[in-house]
Design a protein around this ligand. Structure first.
Ligand code: GDP
Length: 320
């Protein structure tokens, strides 16, 4: 979808559903307080700032630790993802900044709803697209490199500890595994790619069979491509994302393991830095910014947001 007539240079913080004041070192240094370096910690500086600045006192429910610890990525309007048929104006009943899903670039549309998972059951394993269920229910496919955290995410989405084990049973790892949710839609677990120990012919088959599924499955609403945000972008993931972009397969990037925040001594980057590098490297393959979201199966970050996003894509798909 092309976004036109948007005001330029509007930036949004991705971490707040309501606009809140982000305490940054700039804000601290602009205040008439003692410089930040004079405080024992940034938290104590922020606490003092909160007590003495009327502007901040008015901010309800400001969780200082949260604000300070969490990364703060700013996104320009052009890099937001607007689902089809979404009001892109900044006016209206709810301002745009309050309609961005936490930890993502995804704007909520009027189609969002029914995001609870009440029931989840394994349906079947298929070795080719033609064998997949023919009940016409909308579906979302989870795919990613082996070890990216796909099973953990699937279990976290359906709040079941072992549902995804079904896909890991010998004989089912190279299959398209369908799970029916609330009797109304499917989550599809595709085999992980890039498993170094896999023989060459298995890897080639894998590419052929999943690409056939992406190109020929009419009920596929969107692919959810999982990328490990705790490590730098991998060539195979970049190739995969660009293939989906070039073939115009609807896709959401799910950055996993975002709880792994410790900066490595050897210059390793934080999840949000790896995420931004990845987005920059693939942007030329997309006409408009693809939706992306940060997740962790350890903290459940992003879980409810993914389900809401799936609901808005699904409800739009069902009506069109
Ligand atoms: P799969 O091969 O893609 O299905 O990956 P798994 O779900 O089996 O996870 C692979 C490894 O990553 C396991 O050791 C998980 O415990 C770990 N893992 C998965 N998700 C997360 C996460 O969100 N945070 C952290 N820290 N580790 C994770």
């Amino acid at each position: 979808m092309l976004i036109t007539h948007l005001p330029k240079l509007h930036y949004f913080s991705i971490f707040y559903s309501k606009p809140k004041i982000i305490i940054t070192s700039t804000l601290l240094s602009k205040s008439k307080l003692t410089p930040v370096s004079h405080f024992s910690s940034i938290t104590s500086a922020a606490n003092t700032l909160l007590q003495t600045t009327p502007e901040l006192q008015e901010t309800k429910n400001l969780e200082i630790e949260d604000v300070l610890e969490r990364p703060h990525i700013e996104i320009s309007v052009e890099k937001l993802f607007f689902p089809p048929d979404t009001d892109v104006s900044c006016s209206g009943s709810r301002p745009l900044s309050s309609r961005i899903l936490k930890g993502s670039n995804i704007v909520l549309s009027k189609y969002a709803g029914d995001a609870q998972v009440e029931q989840a059951e394994f349906v079947k394993s298929s070795v080719e697209t033609e064998q997949c269920p023919s009940d016409g229910l909308p579906e979302f496919a989870l795919v990613g490199r082996s070890n990216v955290g796909k099973s953990s995410l699937l279990n976290s989405l359906v709040k079941r500890k072992k549902l995804a084990l079904t896909s890991k049973k010998p004989g089912k790892t190279q299959c398209i595994n369908h799970f029916r949710i609330n009797d109304s839609w499917h989550l599809v677990d595709l085999p992980g790619y890039g498993y170094a120990a896999a023989p060459h012919e298995v890897r080639t088959d894998w590419a052929k069979f999943t690409k056939d599924y992406f190109l020929n499955r009419p009920t596929l609403v969107s692919v959810f491509l999982l990328i490990d945000a705790s490590i730098p972008a991998k060539k195979i993931d970049l190739e995969y994302a660009s293939w989906l972009g070039q073939n115009k397969i609807p896709m959401t990037l799910v950055f996993t393991k975002c709880d792994k925040r410790k900066k490595k001594k050897n210059g390793g980057k934080r999840p949000e830095e790896n995420l931004q590098d990845f987005l920059e490297l693939i942007q030329k393959f997309f006409q408009t910014a693809p939706p992306w979201i940060m997740t962790s199966s350890v903290t459940n970050q992003g879980r409810d947001e993914i389900l809401l996003h799936m609901s808005q894509l699904r409800n739009y798909w069902l009506k069109h």
